[in-house]
Design a protein around this ligand. Structure first.
Ligand code: SF4
Length: 446
């Protein structure tokens, strides 16, 4: 039941899954204090915009969203990554009520209280114990740390979000348990650098159930894998200790739960020179050998990555090296960005910027080359049986994802079924056809 007297807040969440988690936390607190959320800005007492400040294009999108909120509502609070550089916002929009940086939940709440005081005392039982999810109920992001100890030269996230601060393992596991109890079937583990989890707290142990669990990548993955749901690992770097989770993934094959054979590793480039200038973590590791070994242990492993072309100083030879590397690595999914300078990033001062037309040409070539590889990898699944989690149901066909597809960034599996499927259900699907990014098949087991 909604209370007609309750103050109403509209919320726009831009940016990456990490920002989405911040939004969820703010919304949870607002709901706990009796605020209602509205779909549009009009009719709300206040609008909050959670911004993304990573790339110039994301900043432009954030500024547009602030402009729209001001035009449609007038009372606007801005938070998120762009809030770390408030002058960029206040110069253009002097009327915003408050600007706060990423993870400053308390400051956002204080600004909301000042603008639209809460109607009544905190009414905690308005909020279900798992919090309010912006993601569909059957999957949820699980943030294990904030900030980053790396200093990649193209990135300002450490400046915006600070050094790595890991959560205690028991704290993460309890949140995961609550999510599972509330019906979540897939946990998406995120942070800026998941493989570095716990370094800052010296892998401290904390008590969960009857045991002590270390705040360490492998230990956390193993425990999450016992919760009876899918666990997907994002933003992992190829440090040697990542090898340890591959047998965990292999052990879970054929099961309906556990750590998925999926790794999202932002490699960004393959040329050692470019990687050095990018100051990438784990850049010196022999990644091709590692990938080969991982696939020997776990042949179903899906690898997703992102790359940047046109980084300052990238020569033709560097770029050709990247294409050759992609041929050998045979990654399943690849995203590619043309390098864009981000204000405040050290890479802006590097010599030999790459002209825009060259960046574009390299981007086109990389995408074409990788598309052929991805297509080949996807086609290998035709004739196999795959576990598919259902995201949407339609009259004749449901849309889901295999263990190799993360929500929002990867492909889909379209499933025909004799009996109606439910959202969040995991079905066994015989794959019959592959398209560029998606698969089609029929449910053969439930
Ligand atoms: S790992 Fe590099 S790119 Fe990622 S957040 Fe840290 S500094 Fe930025």
């Amino acid at each position: 039941m909604t209370d007609p007297r309750a103050p109403k807040v509209s919320f726009v969440s831009l940016g990456c899954p990490k920002a989405l988690v911040d939004s969820e936390r703010i919304i949870t607190r607002l709901r706990a204090e009796g605020y209602e959320l509205t779909r549009g800005h009009q009719g709300a007492d206040l609008a909050i915009v959670n911004t993304c400040g990573f790339l110039e294009s994301a900043q432009a999108e954030s500024l547009d969203a602030i402009g729209t909120a001001l035009a449609e509502n007038g009372k606007v609070i801005v938070t998120g990554c762009m809030g770390a550089e408030p002058e960029k916002i206040s110069e253009r929009f002097p009327n915003v009520l408050a600007i706060t940086g990423p993870q400053q939940y308390e400051t956002v709440l204080e600004a909301v209280h000042r603008a639209v005081p809460p109607q009544h005392d905190p009414f905690v039982d308005l909020v279900p114990p798992e919090g309010i999810k912006l993601t569909p109920r059957h999957y949820a992001y699980l943030k294990i740390s904030e900030g980053c100890n790396n200093r990649c030269s193209f990135c300002i996230i450490p400046k915006l979000r600070g050094d790595l601060v890991s959560r205690q393992a028991a704290d993460v596991l309890r949140e995961a348990e609550r999510l599972v109890a509330a019906g979540v079937k897939e946990l998406l583990v995120i942070s800026q650098d998941t493989s570095a989890y716990g370094v800052d707290i010296k892998y401290a142990t904390s008590k969960w159930k009857d045991r002590e669990v270390r705040a360490k990548f492998f230990d956390l993955a193993r425990e999450l894998g016992t919760l009876g749901v899918w666990v997907r690992l994002h933003y992992v770097y190829p440090y040697p200790h990542v090898d340890e989770v591959i047998p965990l993934m292999a052990a879970g094959l054929g099961e309906k739960s556990g750590v998925l054979p999926y790794l999202d590793i932002p490699f960004q480039h393959a040329s050692p020179d470019v990687l050095r200038r990018m100051k990438r973590p784990a850049a010196q590791e022999k990644t091709l050998d590692r990938i080969r070994r991982w696939r020997e242990i776990c042949p179903d492993l899906t690898l997703r990555s992102t790359f940047i072309v046109g980084f300052p100083g990238e020569t033709n030879t560097d770029f050709e090296m990247l294409l050759d590397w992609l041929d050998e690595a045979e990654l399943d999914r690849v995203g590619c960005f043309r390098y864009e300078p981000v204000k405040g990033a050290p890479a802006n001062d590097l010599a030999a910027p790459v002209p825009d037309d060259v960046k574009k040409e390299r981007w086109n070539r990389l995408m074409a080359r990788q598309q052929a590889i991805s297509k080949r990898r996807l086609r290998r699944q035709v004739g196999t049986r795959q576990q598919v989690i259902i995201d949407e149901v339609g009259p004749t066909v449901a849309k889901g994802r295999s263990r190799g597809d993360a929500p929002e960034i990867d492909g889909a599996v379209y499933v025909a079924s004799r009996r109606p499927l439910r959202v969040g259900e995991i079905a066994t699907v015989k794959i019959e056809r592959a398209e560029e990014y998606d698969l089609h098949g029929t449910a053969v087991g439930f």
